[in-house]
Design a binder for this molecule. Structure first.
Ligand SMILES: [Zn+2]
Length: 407
């Protein structure tokens, strides 16, 4: 069966056809490590981890790149609040906590884990190329991207430039310098108390979206197969990434599939630090097994906006126990069931339909425990749960002591 995935670009489900098979080039927007990460981050990275594992199972060779945004307004703000504490120190502290949480959840480490501050020369080169190709302009030490000069601007959102311009643009600072309302910063001159780098336009630091463009193209080339991130990044971040990359390289499409995970809310309200309603994976894992939390996160389709309730994990307890017991049950040796494999893959292959795929596995677990399973059903159950990253099923990954398995 072929794997079909939904792309936000075009809003349709299509067969995955990588640029250079069997390699699948994946870039997922990482965190800005200015503070602790919450359950919404775990949702995103566990989903993309399962996707990477499933691609490998299907015979592809995923190359997974996920960045760290270690210079931006938030990092600078936190550094100032902590009395000028060096940004690398804040970054390393929060990143270590983030990494430890994901290791416990058996999330594979990225093949490349680039930091924005290690890519300043590439960011400057990208900005120069965009100016050269007619879409960048300089005003008083700032460099802007001129959205109106890129005919495809708005294609990811599926709306016209005029419609986009009505939305609130999170990058609206320095409004007076801009030629058009949707223009955004590629490079910004810095205040005297901010970290800065030398550039052809004077001392400054990168704009936000150009960082991801420089890192993705440096490590994956000018064309990607899958670009992932939260649905809150579609505009302006990912719209900007497409514009920058296609102007810079002259190649289109920059990326075949734009996969956006839904937002995880807390009892109907968006989780945010300012509202004080963050749920942390680390705190939940004090009470529940990491695999139990993984099951909870994977039981939602990746595109769904999920609502976290305090009863969500306890309610899944019986289901989790049942899967574990079925995997550990004694059974006669057999080849994994082809019939069950076909059912499981059919669900997975249609836009990564994990909720349906897990239902198929739940039913098999019940049969295994009741002694009514066909030969090989238990073997397939174990294999499928391992592909989905469950440590109890023997899945390779940090939770089982494999820091960089060949996946
Ligand atoms: Zn990004």
């Amino acid at each position: 069966m072929t794997l079909r995935l939904y792309s936000t670009l075009g809003r349709e489900v299509r067969e995955l056809r990588p640029v250079a098979p069997p390699e699948v080039r994946i870039y997922v927007c990482g965190v800005t490590p200015y503070d602790v990460t919450h359950l919404g981050h775990a949702f995103s990275y566990v989903q993309f981890d399962a996707l990477r594992r499933y691609l490998h199972y299907k015979g592809f060779k995923p190359k997974y790149v996920q960045n760290i945004t270690d210079i931006d307004d938030d990092m600078i703000m936190v550094s100032k609040r902590q009395g000028g504490r060096p940004i690398p120190e804040i970054r390393d502290e929060n990143d270590a906590i983030f990494r430890a949480d994901l290791d416990r959840l058996n999330v594979l480490r990225p093949h490349v884990y680039p930091r924005a501050t290690d890519h300043i020369p590439q960011i400057i080169e990208a900005t120069e190329a965009i100016i050269r190709n007619g879409c960048g302009y300089v005003v008083d030490g700032d460099v802007f991207f001129e959205a109106a000069n890129f005919p495809g601007y708005g294609k990811l959102n599926g709306v016209t430039i005029a419609e986009l311009a009505k939305r609130e643009n999170p990058e609206s600072k320095r409004e007076w310098k801009k030629r058009g309302p949707l223009d955004f910063l590629l490079w910004q001159r810095t205040e005297p108390d901010e970290p800065s780098w030398e550039s052809p336009w004077g001392p400054g630091r990168p704009g936000w979206s150009i960082e991801c463009t420089a890192m993705s193209t440096t490590h994956l080339g000018s064309q990607l197969d899958i670009h992932g991130g939260g649905s809150d990044l579609v505009f302006p971040h990912h719209e900007n990434e497409i514009a920058q990359a296609e102007v810079m390289t002259g190649q289109a499409p920059f990326c075949g599939f734009w996969m956006h995970n839904g937002m995880l809310q807390l009892e109907g309200v968006k989780m945010s630090k300012s509202l004080g309603n963050l749920v942390l994976a680390r705190v939940l894992m004090q009470e529940f097994d990491p695999d139990h939390l993984r099951l909870y996160l994977l039981s939602h389709h990746y595109r769904e906006n999920a609502d976290y309730h305090s009863y969500g994990l306890p309610a899944l307890g019986a289901r989790y126990e049942q899967l574990m017991l079925a995997v550990r049950a004694e059974s006669a040796p057999a080849e994994p069931s082809a019939v069950l494999r076909a059912k499981w893959e059919a669900a997975m292959d249609e836009d990564f339909g994990l909720p349906q795929a897990l239902d198929v596995l739940d039913e098999a677990a019940v049969r295994v425990l009741h002694g009514t399973a066909e030969p090989g059903e238990q073997q397939l159950l174990r294999e499928a749960l391992s592909v989905l990253g469950f440590a109890f099923a023997g899945s390779p990954g940090p939770a089982n002591g494999h820091l960089s398995p060949d996946l």
